[in-house]
Each structure stands twice: as C-alpha cells, then as structure tokens.
Unconditional design. Structure first.
Length: 335
C-alpha cells in the first residue's frame, strides 16, 4: 500500500521538533554495515560511582536537541550528512546496567561488531569508562578500523583518568578513572603519539601522589594542562597534537568537564575552581585536526539532570559530536 502522507512527511522532516528523535535526524538502523559513520548512544553510568549516576541519560538528551543541528559545516564548507552515510545505530544494550565490568564487556562486544563492519563510530555517553572498551574494540592488533595498529588518543578532559594508584574506583575496575592507563598497557593506545589537554583542578586528597598528570607522563602521554593550553594558544596546541599523531589512526574522546563550568554546568566531575576550555577554543582545536585519520570519537559525562533549563550542556555535546562527524567525513572523502 502506498503511503498517502509521503510528501507531507518529507516536508515535515526538515523541522527538528517533528518525528521520532534520532541523532541529528539521521536514519535509525541497527546494521552498521549500511553506513559509513555510526552514531551510538552508550547509556552507562556505573563506571564512575564518585558522582551522581545520571550520565546514562546523556544519549536521550542529545537525541532530543540534536535534530536542530543537522547542518553543513560553516568552517569546513561541506555537509557531512551529504558526503557520507550517517545512521543512528541505537543504544548499546546493557542488560546488567549496574555491573560496570559486565557493561564494559558488553560495550566492547557491541563495538567489535561495528569494527568488523568497517563503520567509524561517534558515540555519546555515559561516563568516561565507555572509552576503554570502545578503544579495545576498534584499535590494536587484529582490529579493522585501525588497520591492526595502536591508535593515537586525543583526550579532552579536566582529569587524566590514569589513576593506577587505585586498584578500583568504588568497586569498578575498568572504570572512568582507569581507562586511559589500561588501554596503553593493553597495546591499544600509543601514548607516545597521544595528548591529554585541558587538565586542571586541585588533586583529590584521597588519590594525590604528587604532580598532577605524573602517571600519564610516565606512560608517555603529552599532558597539556589548561594553563599550558592558555599560554600556548590554539594554533600551537593544534600543532603539538598533529605532530604527535603523525600518520597513525587517531581517536578523539571529549569529556565535557574540560569545558568551563560557566558554559557547561551539566557535567559529572565538575571543576568549578579553575577555568576550563571556552567553546571557541574547543571547536577551533577540533577543527584544526582536519586531515588526520580519525577512526572514531566519543563525548562523555553529560549530566542532563544538572543541566540548565535551556539544555546548554546537551547542546554542547551535540556540537562536539557534529565536529567529530565532520572530521571523520572529511578524512573519508578528502573534503
């Protein structure tokens, strides 16, 4: 039977408030083989028990606001939605949601399926423990998207997440506080090609072992504190990141607490005592990565229940996802 409303549906689909919400109004299809970039929700919040648990509400919040932002990129000068096939692959199934180790296992299995299809994922969490299993699934020996190589990590955050001095984080072992260390130990991330930027804040008295970032530096990361980013400026920061990545496959992870709390209040481990990245700094740094072989990215630690009434933090998560999608589309098409 023909659809008598086909033309009306097509006309209505231009408006962000119409229809069933998906990421950026992309087609919803569970099969990663049918798209080039897969947009994924990871509603996980048991990897960071030190804050409120509402990070699992992040994917739904971003789906709600992101229909507004289906746009061509004003700086790069093309529409990623037209250049490549982008689908909403749905959420990672997490039937044991309050068991972090079970969730880490299930997240990795889901992204191995994506890796096997050759689809590049851009994800919204969820707490920062989601990045570990994603990296384990798409980078390193035997992985498709990285060509069997380790990946360079481009890590925006207020915190290093390399807290190996603690065996677990409130019971979570592959936690939001450990992933940036164990992925190096597992031969998935090449720390010598990786950068952590935006690091700031007073260290926790319970885990303080000396200089902030010491463990990351021992592992081989370049740690650019927020003060250093301010002193270096955007262009020099981009230069350092690009020089370290070289021709390796690269993965971007963006913790929203790297942004200044005045513009991104709805995050989990907020650092109110120190200024963070401005929107202009964050987007310009991301835009400066064009041409790198970006195999995936994620945005984490959105706390919708702590957000402003206008959902500004969710909107910023949307913006960072859009920048990642555009970078990947550019690297795939030569735009």
């Amino acid at each position: 039977m023909s659809d008598p409303f086909q033309k009306a549906r097509a006309e209505s689909s231009a408006w962000y408030w119409w229809g069933v919400p998906t990421f950026f109004r992309c087609e919803h299809d569970f099969d990663p083989a049918k798209c080039d970039i897969g947009l994924v929700g990871v509603p996980h919040s048991s990897g960071n028990g030190s804050t409120e648990r509402d990070q699992h509400l992040g994917p739904r919040a971003v789906r709600h606001v992101s229909g507004y932002y289906r746009r061509a990129h004003g700086v790069h000068g093309f529409s990623p939605w037209d250049a490549v096939r982008c689908h909403d692959l749905g959420d990672v199934p997490l039937p044991e949601g309050m068991n972090n180790e079970a969730c880490v296992r299930d997240i990795e299995a889901f992204y191995r399926h994506i890796d096997a299809a050759g689809t590049r994922p851009v994800s919204i969490g969820g707490d920062h423990s989601i990045t570990g299993p994603i990296l384990e699934a798409i980078a390193g020996e035997g992985r498709n998207l990285s060509g069997g190589k380790k990946c360079a990590l481009i890590h925006f955050d207020a915190h290093t997440d390399t807290y190996e001095n603690m065996e677990h984080w409130n019971g979570a072992r592959k936690s939001a506080g450990h992933w940036a260390a164990y992925t190096v130990r597992d031969g998935v991330v090449d720390a010598s090609a990786s950068t952590q930027l935006g690091i700031r804040g007073h260290p926790s008295a319970t885990i303080h072992t000396g200089q902030v970032g010491a463990t990351s530096r021992d592992l081989g990361y370049r740690v650019l504190t927020m003060d250093e980013v301010d002193d270096l400026g955007v262009e020099k920061t981009i230069e350092i990141i690009r020089e370290r990545v070289g021709d390796l496959p690269a993965y971007i992870t963006f913790d929203l607490d790297s942004l200044d709390p005045s513009v991104a209040p709805g995050v989990s481990n907020i650092e109110p005592g120190f200024g963070g990245l401005s929107i202009r700094q964050a987007t310009r740094i991301l835009q400066g990565l064009k041409g790198l072989n970006i195999i995936g990215g994620d945005v984490v630690c959105l706390m919708p229940t702590k957000d402003s009434p206008n959902q500004i933090t969710a909107q910023l998560a949307m913006v960072m996802m859009f920048e990642m999608v555009t970078l990947i589309a550019a690297s795939m098409t030569g735009k």
